[in-house]
Design a protein around this ligand. Structure first.
Ligand SMILES: Cc1cc2nc3c(=O)[nH]c(=O)nc-3n(C[C@H](O)[C@H](O)[C@H](O)COP(=O)(O)O)c2cc1C
Length: 227
């Protein structure tokens, strides 16, 4: 005789128990005395370690912006340069992020390096890179990406995928491989000039290390934050 299957509670799914998905964080901590004197040097160290750990696209970062009314938005972009002046990414100036940064030139960047139990969060003001710097980077991009920058009115609605592909095909016949593609006037870099940079290292028992650099008139100061 078959026993009737017991009814499953309505909410049960194949998704694992999210509440139990936690791990004990690394014993290796982050101590004040081992920090580099400035956050860009510290970022360089951690970025190298993220690369050595084999992270996929460690330069992928979540860029948060807000419009003039303070309404936030976020998306991933790629870090394409960093030095004492700041953190650089490239995009379409007419995109949502571009128009938000024109109205409110402040941003946050977050590097989500989960596999090594680290994150870095940068906040600061934003300026456009110079046209020379933009052109120098644009020329390093593959031909297809250069055409893609022209083809896409980033963040605007488009009727169909075919419309995009048609635009791309027209551009490809106008600028065949090997011929210089001009830099689109609506495309370029932004530099986030850091005001604060926080280095977060996961530790056991949720007693994580958080060390935050803040820019001041006499250079950088560092504070430890409660996790
Ligand atoms: C891994 C990854 C890297 C990306 N890198 C960039 C980038 O460097 N520049 C860019 O404009 N968009 C990049 N994008 C696409 C953006 O996330 C986003 O869709 C696009 O810039 C439009 O954003 P907006 O409408 O908020 O302005 C990337 C997306 C992913 C997933």
């Amino acid at each position: 005789m078959q026993t009737p299957e017991r009814a499953q509670p309505a909410h049960q799914t194949s998704v694992p128990d999210l509440a139990r998905m936690r791990r004990q964080y690394a014993e290796e901590g982050l101590a004040e005395q081992e920090l580099a004197p400035d956050p860009v040097a510290q970022f360089d160290r951690w970025f190298t370690q993220a690369e050595q750990a084999g992270l996929v696209e460690p330069n992928a970062m979540v860029l948060s912006t807000a419009d003039a009314e303070g309404r936030p938005s976020a998306r991933t972009v790629l870090l394409k340069g960093v030095d004492e002046r700041g953190f650089v990414f490239f995009t379409n100036y007419g995109s949502r992020k571009g128009t938000e940064l024109a109205a409110n030139p402040n941003a946050a960047l977050l590097f989500p390096w989960h596999p090594i139990e680290r994150q870095v969060i940068v906040t600061g003001s934003v300026e456009r890179t110079g046209r020379d710097e933009t052109a120098a980077y644009f020329r390093t991009r593959p031909h297809g990406s250069q055409l893609g920058a022209w083809a896409s009115e980033q963040s605007s609605p488009v009727a169909s995928r075919e419309v995009l592909e048609q635009r791309f095909a027209e551009l490809a016949s106008r600028y065949p491989e090997g011929e210089g593609v001009p830099v689109p006037p609506f495309w370029g870099g932004f530099r986030v000039i850091p005001r604060t940079v926080e280095f977060w290292q996961g530790r056991t028992n949720r007693l994580h290390d958080r060390l935050r650099y803040t820019a001041g008139p006499d250079g950088w100061t560092v504070e430890r934050l409660c996790p």
